[in-house]
Design a protein around this ligand. Structure first.
Ligand code: HEC
Ligand code: HEC
Length: 240
């Protein structure tokens, strides 16, 4: 059997093309991945289950992380999960931000098929609320920014890309949206840390990272916190 599926080969080609692009446009990191025209991943959830136990230590039972600094994986889009794993796998270990990520050691022992299978497994798990919903006053402000944005500050409505119910946009019309994540019910501390990283342009390895860098640089600390509190207060549902 050919080890590389045609999908993997396409991805490698995209990487090579991106490398050529990087040579002429130094604004892009060398291992820049274009996620605008990806194929849906084709993982085997049952095979993924065989490798998932090690993940539960940080991401909680079946991917429902209890410790709020870790992201929940249960019910997230499989394509998003796979491309995040692939990004960790190809991240530059010499980059100081990358070097401190616990995921680096985790992906070292996974091959491409394992990552597809794990993504399919976690996407198929029922998401559950880790803690009772928080009803902080800031949540109302977060909901407004999420749904309407803030034109005065150049903040786009998050709902345009993450869905009106924060559960992702239907990816049936265009492959462009396949790896766009659902956010509903995600842990607040993780969302705050990730938005801060996007704002600082970390990580910076895919076309999707660049999209979120542009969004996050319009957000101040108060907005980030309000949005995160509102998202965490929503009852989780599997992503669209
Ligand atoms: C030692 C703790 C630890 C273990 C074990 C671990 N992870 Fe992670 N994982 C993290 C942390 C921390 C992050 C957040 C990284 C960041 O901020 O970008 C993360 C992020 C992720 C993400 C990105 C989630 C998102 O919403 O963007 C995926 C996917 C993921 N891990 C999958 C896995 C899988 C699959 C396993 C098991 C094979 C695993 N992790 C094991 C700590 C861990
Ligand atoms: C133009 C489309 C677009 C808009 C608008 C947008 N996002 Fe995103 N968002 C994305 C994409 C694409 C990703 C995936 C980035 C990646 O893979 O690194 C993402 C990722 C995220 C993540 C990371 C999720 C995870 O599990 O790690 C968070 C949090 C997030 N966005 C929050 C927001 C918020 C809050 C807003 C509104 C202020 C917003 N986004 C507006 C496209 C968008």
């Amino acid at each position: 059997m050919n080890f590389f599926s045609h999908r993997q080969t396409n991805l490698l080609r995209a990487r090579a093309a991106a490398f050529a692009l990087a040579a002429s446009a130094s604004a892009f990191a060398a291992d820049y991945v274009d996620l605008r025209r990806i194929e849906p991943i084709d993982g085997d959830a049952a095979a993924g289950a065989q490798k998932a136990a090690v993940c539960f230590a940080c991401h909680g039972p079946n991917g429902n992380a209890i410790v709020p600094t870790f992201p929940k994986l249960a019910g997230q889009r499989a394509d998003y999960l796979y491309h995040r794993l692939d990004a960790f796998k190809h991240a530059d270990p010499k980059d100081p931000y990358v070097a401190q990520l616990p995921m680096l050691a985790i992906v070292a022992s996974l091959n491409d098929i394992d990552m597809r299978n794990l993504a399919a497994f976690f996407a198929a798990q029922a998401p559950i609320a880790a803690a009772p919903a928080v009803a902080a006053p800031a949540a109302a402000e977060g909901e407004t920014i999420f749904k309407q944005g803030d034109p005065a500050r150049g903040v786009p409505p998050c709902a345009g890309c993450h869905g009106a119910d924060a559960n992702g946009v239907a990816a049936t019309d265009s492959r462009q949206y396949l790896a766009w994540p659902a956010l509903r019910g995600q842990n607040a501390a993780y969302v705050i840390s990730r938005l801060n990283n996007f704002r600082d342009n970390l990580p910076h390895s895919s076309s999707n990272d660049f999209i979120m860098h542009g969004v996050a640089r319009t957000l101040d600390d108060g907005s980030i916190q309000a949005i995160a509190i509102w998202l965490a207060s929503l009852s989780p549902q599997p992503a669209h």
